[in-house]
Design a protein around this ligand. Sequence first.
Ligand code: PMP
Length: 285
Amino acid sequence: YDDRDGYIWMDGKLVPWRDANVHVLTHALHYASSVFEGERCYNGKIFLGRKHSERLLFSGRELDMEIPYTVDQIEEAKYATLKANNLTDAYVRAVAWRGAGEDMGVSSAKNPVRMAVACWEWGAYYGDSKFKGAKLDISKWKRPSPETIPVHAKAAGLYMICTASKHVAESKGCSDSLFMDYRGYVAEATGANIFFVKDGEVHTPLADCFLNGLTRQTVIGMLKDKGITVHERHIEPGEMESFQQCWLTGTAAEVTPVGQIGDYTFEVGELTKEIATDYEKLVRS
Ligand code: PMP
């Protein structure tokens, strides 16, 4: 992704894509002092843009990192980047991190907090599984306890086991990996939340130790508006045997049907298709 034409917003100004670089002694590179957002722009409008900017600032504060921009300034930066790259339908990545500076130890209070925004075209996150149902592996790693790490921040450090799990999944011909949490309950995929359907009702893990995705919250609202019962609760892995449908939600993933998780199989059923279609309509409305 580094060798392209275009512009990236960096610390307040647009710079040519290839010049948006950092030093190797960047604190974030060594200690994961980095937070980010993944957003999608549809027809020139970023879906829930302000909520993403608010979450970015929240994530920063969770890492004792005050990002030196307001929500309005971040919104401006995102739209300026889209415009500079002539994009109206794109994925938008905002990232903030501790830069290089006075400290190279764990403490970095004197190092500058830096920020960048990049955007690019990005189609379906799981390729053609949007229609036939993605296949998921089950990770050997667990989503950690909220007492061990700020689990509600969208922070780089939480993705270390995501990348490792996804590589294993891909080597087995799967699109993604599902995590259980530290107690053994079903948690989330490496970059998306999960929903199940059983006898017309929806079950989704309680977001008490992982990212309560904005798409997850949107989809729960959509289901409730339709009068469908949604159970946010702890789900035992063995329960997957009795679930008929399954889908993932996320900004990049949107609503992606799941056909298989380990040995459990699901149909791409009516409710899954309906929610995927309704979500597509909503983000473009
Ligand atoms: N969980 C993880 C680990 C993620 O990376 C994402 C994507 N940001 C989600 C869930 C879904 O969050 P959202 O719907 O806000 O994109």
